[in-house]
Design a protein around this ligand. Structure first.
Ligand SMILES: [Zn+2]
Ligand SMILES: [Zn+2]
Length: 249
């Protein structure tokens, strides 16, 4: 009976599309019935994946394999303390992915959580450490921003990924206690200062000895992920892995 449910859902979706043909959220071309949802395959193919070699720590693309041999870490990771074990992303923050994140984050297109969540799961499913994750934590928004937006995009993604991988999600323990300026408008050092002490953990016990998968939408300098990792480590978390949809290069 349970195996029939996804099939019934697909058929219902197909029927719904027959009556109300759906469009690609990005290019407005009609979606192919049943096969495509939210974003057409043409747009999906345009996503620019992160190419190897990357920095062992933050996942930043490195110039060449030779430069990786010289330094397995990028300049930022060599000069600043990173509290996470490593960070990875689906693709670079440009083009299709950038537009999809914008619609998902600022235009209320929450249905995109499915396709973006899928891309995130696909990007890490082959990695051995995925079996070691104990708990998933989304980067929280401050109360005012959450009220204004109505949802936390990272929490939606964390919920989707948690369900797919059957890993529990901690939704309200890590809190943002300081309303910060949007990181996008700031330089690297300002970003670090902006998020310093902006988060707190209410029940540290939940993370004690745990391996945490931290979820966010975009990794730029990593200041927010690093600050959350610092607080999680302080609460006793053993390892932090960061996963985002996109990465600035
Ligand atoms: Zn499209
Ligand atoms: Zn790095």
């Amino acid at each position: 009976m349970l195996q029939l449910l996804p099939m019934a859902k697909t058929l219902l979706w197909g029927l719904f599309n027959l009556i109300f043909p759906a469009e690609c959220s990005l290019c407005s071309n009609p979606l192919e019935m049943i096969k495509e949802r939210y974003i057409c395959s043409n747009c999906l193919e345009k996503i620019v994946p992160i190419e190897l070699p990357v920095c062992d720590k933050c996942g930043k693309p490195l110039v060449s394999s030779f430069s990786r041999l010289q330094h397995p870490l990028c300049r930022e990771c060599r000069t600043m303390r990173r509290y996470f074990t490593f960070a990875r992303a689906v693709g670079t923050y440009e083009g299709v992915l950038k537009k999809a994140i914008w619609l998902f984050k600022y235009e209320g297109k929450t249905g995109l959580q499915n396709i973006l969540g899928h891309l995130m799961v696909d990007s890490i499913i082959h990695l051995e450490w995925i079996n070691k994750i104990d708990i998933i934590v989304p980067i929280p928004l401050c109360k005012a921003r959450l009220r204004k937006r109505g949802y936390n995009q990272s929490a939606l993604l964390a919920g989707f990924i948690g369900k797919k991988l059957s890993i529990p999600v901690s939704r309200n323990n890590l809190k943002r206690i300081k309303a910060t300026i949007t990181q996008a408008s700031l330089k690297r050092n300002q970003r670090i200062r902006n998020v310093y002490n902006a988060f707190c953990i209410q029940q540290p016990k939940e993370f004690s000895g745990k391996r945490v998968l931290l979820i966010d939408d975009v990794f730029t300098t990593g200041a927010t992920s690093n600050e959350c990792s610092r607080i999680l480590k302080k609460s006793g978390a053993s390892d932090i892995f960061v996963l985002t949809i996109a990465r600035g290069v």
